[in-house]
Design a protein around this ligand. Structure first.
Ligand code: MN
Length: 129
């Protein structure tokens, strides 16, 4: 599957890309929100993996922008965040993400977690809160 990774930290990009490519996925990398939004319209990803802590435009704003594109209606967005505060999960989901993976990435479970989201593709028009 083709996965668009939006992540500003090069070490996190390297690790996530390594783990997903090891499972046969294609990973396209964006280093910022605006770059990711631009790429999402061109590369037809099967899933978008979105860091929340991004400079200039944070992951919440990126998710909202991605969700305003009807072409991405069925594409799952999975947030990656180190925030552990109560309410952050709700904020991630409210911004249009479908799921949530916590940093630091666990190499043992990361790819399996992503594949679970790949299997449950969104339904167009699915209610979002
Ligand atoms: Mn970051």
């Amino acid at each position: 599957m083709r996965i668009l990774l939006i992540e500003d930290n090069s070490q996190n990009r390297y690790l996530a890309t390594f783990l997903l490519e090891s499972r046969g996925h294609e990973v396209l990398q964006a280093e910022s929100g605006p770059e990711g939004i631009l790429m999402s319209g061109k590369c037809q990803p099967d899933l978008i993996l979105l860091d929340i802590q991004l400079p200039v435009m944070d992951g919440y704003a990126v998710a909202q922008a991605l969700r305003s594109d009807p072409a991405l209606d069925t594409v799952p967005i999975v947030a990656v965040t180190s925030y552990a505060m109560v309410g952050d999960r709700e904020r991630v989901l409210a911004s249009g993400c479908d799921g949530y993976i916590e940093k630091p990435i666990n190499p043992e479970t990361f790819a399996t977690d992503i594949e679970r989201h790949l299997l449950s593709r969104r339904k167009t028009g699915e209610a979002r809160t």
